[in-house]
Design a protein around this ligand. Structure first.
Ligand code: WT7
Length: 657
């Protein structure tokens, strides 16, 4: 470990622009042969057999990729498998007594599941769900915080071939109802509550409120997390998780044989319109892809104690807390609570206690750690760590270097992984045993992945120039469609740059980026109306509809403005109806409106009342300008606006805040 007091070292790190993978890491890395890029390029798409080989197949696939009906690509066609069997059953002989999940509650209580124990509980849960009427292909919604029953229920669904749709516990009742209605989901698994900063938090009331907004009959399973700390009563269509499992104690449920292309799960995410998109992921392609990227990028081995500190309510948790690590038979750490409870060293205490070997977290968390100071990690033994990862938003070089130095103690490679809910798994990052790391740039596309930056016409831009990020070839973990909306799938992701006439289908992730001469991609952020608050993806349209629904509001525009910890914060520009009063009370009602419609994560940091919004002559709101105001950026020429005077007025208000 480096001497933390050495100012020269600090200066050297601040200046250093590139970092080589530590030799000690390379020696043991799962992937360390630089020839892998060429090997994948030469044998594409057969190269993806490497990913599929990490799984057990009941029936071998006939073809790796079928491109008959682009962009509806099919992967590992003809193959059959079950995801729960791949994450559990196949490990029992060799590592049944090894830990699958090491869980820690916020209050310090712990629960551990060996592969055998997890397999047992998943079987019982699968039997219980079946008895409640869940059949193959029924969508089961989950609305749960970070408790072990969440991955148990997910794997139980996978076992019986019922796709799950997990709704982040921080989302509102309304958001839950919207998602259950959109998927016609008749089943919900939720819990009474959870702990936050030591307090028992009621969750089931929010779930019930959501259920009241569901337009069809439902059956709900409620996990009792809080015991005596929160009383709850079960409604007519509700059953207790423990009771049901007890009734099926010892049950064996044979894993249902699923086609590789059968849906494994659905995940709703935000896009440009107010309606969330139901991203569909499949059994064979998705599972192969997350297993492969866990192996190649996170360097996961069965002997590891690997920790992804995300929430399972987002795709990161699906891919890299549940499916990837468990498919590879490792120990996955799960933590229920906040990183600063009871103190700001909570995460480092967990790394120290369990000898965590890999840690995967978000830049927003790293920026908070930085702010809290290095004394918190310094008080713990972090020498068990071998690799660090980040995901969710661009990481600034300063935060990258802080992570590398104070958490990785300069002996861990840092992988900055770019991907999305839609991509299923990582797409752009260095391979930790091979690539030079350049803080701020995610790295080259992974082997087998094609990425290009283009201009508005779809022409490739010169090296180093900013443009739109595009992905040229399909990959096994890709979304297959938007649930029940093939048309929107094409419109949102393919229409922009594809040329169906010449069979050139190009995926558009809606991110801006630049690619340097050495092939390294720097991701610049979303180019659509999506904001990224603390690594959480939110649609500005959804926020705007919530604000406009508040009584007295006539019009609203929500944009993201830079924030030193959250990455982006929500700025809401609001026009009130005649007669409505600009007041603290109105501001509170607006903030509450957003919290009710979406969740606390979407609350505007700043509400600006204005008599007008800057508009183009054709009447379009100039969001770019509102962003520039929020960011204190140069506004450039505003004379082409229909109402240029309003800009100064808004600017003065924001600065005055
Ligand atoms: C958006 C996807 C990937 C799981 C968590 C977020 C941004 C993600 C990076 C990164 C720069 C990143 C992009 C992307 N993003 N990772 N390493 N560097 N930006 O998944 O909610 O679907 O959001 O997050 O803008 O499009 P998501």
């Amino acid at each position: 470990m480096s001497d933390p007091e050495d100012p020269q070292l600090e200066a050297r790190l601040a200046e250093q622009e590139t970092f080589e993978p530590p030799a000690e890491f390379v020696e043991q890395a799962n992937v360390s042969d630089p020839g892998i890029y060429e090997a994948f390029a030469d044998a594409w798409p057969a190269c993806w057999e490497r990913a599929a080989d990490l799984l057990d197949w009941e029936t071998d696939y006939d073809e790796v990729l079928v491109e008959d009906d682009e962009p509806f690509y099919e992967w590992f066609v003809g193959g059959e498998l079950n995801a729960s069997a791949n994450c559990l059953d196949r490990h029992l002989d060799e590592r049944g007594e090894d830990l699958a999940i090491q869980w820690e509650g916020e209050l310090g209580d712990t629960r551990r599941f060996t592969y055998r124990e997890l397999h047992r509980e998943v079987n019982e849960c699968a039997a219980a769900l079946r008895e409640l009427g869940v059949e193959e292909d029924d969508v089961v919604t989950m609305y749960m915080p970070m408790i072990p029953e969440l991955p148990v229920a997910m794997l139980a669904c996978a076992r019986i071939g019922a796709p799950h749709s997990v709704v982040f516990a921080g989302f509102s009742a309304e958001a839950l109802a919207t998602r259950m209605n959109a998927a016609d989901s008749e089943f919900l698994v939720t819990c009474d509550g959870y702990y936050r900063r030591g307090d028992a938090l009621d969750h089931v009331s929010k779930a019930n409120e959501g259920l009241a907004g569901v337009d069809h009959g439902t059956t709900t399973v409620v996990v009792d997390r809080l015991g005596d700390d929160l009383d709850h009563e079960l409604g007519d269509d509700q059953v207790g998780y423990d009771d049901r499992l007890a009734e099926h104690a010892g049950a064996d449920v044979a894993p249902v044989t699923r086609d590789a292309e059968d849906m494994l799960f659905l995940m709703y995410t935000s896009g440009t319109t107010g309606r969330p998109k139901g991203v569909k992921h499949t059994t064979g392609g998705y599972l192969s892809y997350v297993a492969w990227t866990s192996h190649a990028v996170l360097d996961v081995d069965p002997a590891d104690t690997y920790w992804c500190a995300a929430d399972i309510g987002w795709i990161t948790g699906h891919s890299y807390i549940v499916y990837g690590p468990l498919a590879l038979g490792t120990t996955s750490v799960m933590y229920e609570g906040t990183p600063d409870y009871p103190d700001k060293d909570r995460l480092w205490e967990i790394v120290d206690t369990y000898d965590v070997t890999q840690m995967y977290t978000a830049p927003t968390a790293i920026r908070a750690f930085m702010k809290w100071g290095e004394k918190y990690p310094a008080g713990h033994d972090l020498s068990s760590l071998r690799l660090l990862g980040t995901v969710g938003e661009p990481i600034n070089p300063k935060a990258w270097k802080w992570y590398y130095r104070h958490i990785g103690e300069e002996s861990c490679p840092v992988v900055d992984t770019w991907w999305q809910t839609e991509t299923g798994g990582m797409m752009i990052t260095t391979l930790p045993g091979i690539g030079t790391m350049k803080p701020g740039a995610a790295g080259p596309p992974l082997p087998g992945i094609g990425a290009q930056v283009v201009d508005a016409d779809g022409e490739a831009v010169a090296a180093g120039e900013a443009g739109y990020l595009t992905v040229q070839r399909p990959w096994p973990g890709m979304l297959r469609t938007l649930y029940r909306n093939d048309e929107r799938f094409i419109d949102e992701y393919w229409a922009e740059y594809s040329d169906p006439e010449s069979d050139e289908w190009v995926y558009f992730p809606e991110d801006g980026a630049k690619i340097d001469g050495d092939g390294y991609v720097t991701v610049l952020g979303r180019v659509d109306d999506v904001v990224n608050v603390s690594g959480h993806r939110l649609g500005t349209m959804e926020i705007e509809s919530a604000i406009v629904a508040v009584e007295g509001v006539a019009e609203a525009a929500a944009v993201g403005g830079a924030h030193d910890v959250k990455g982006e914060a929500v700025y809401a520009y609001v026009i009130l109806e005649d007669g409505a009063e600009q007041s603290d009370d109105m501001e509170q009602r607006i903030i509450q409106g957003v919290e009710d419609a979406i969740g606390a994560i979407a609350r505007p940091d700043t509400v600006i009342f204005t008599p007008e919004l800057p508009k183009t002559r054709s009447g379009k709101i100039m969001r770019r300008l509102l962003e520039d105001i929020a960011n204190d950026d140069d506004l450039g020429n505003t004379s082409t606006l229909r109402n240029p005077d309003v800009v100064e007025d808004i600017e003065a208000k924001v600065r005055g805040d």
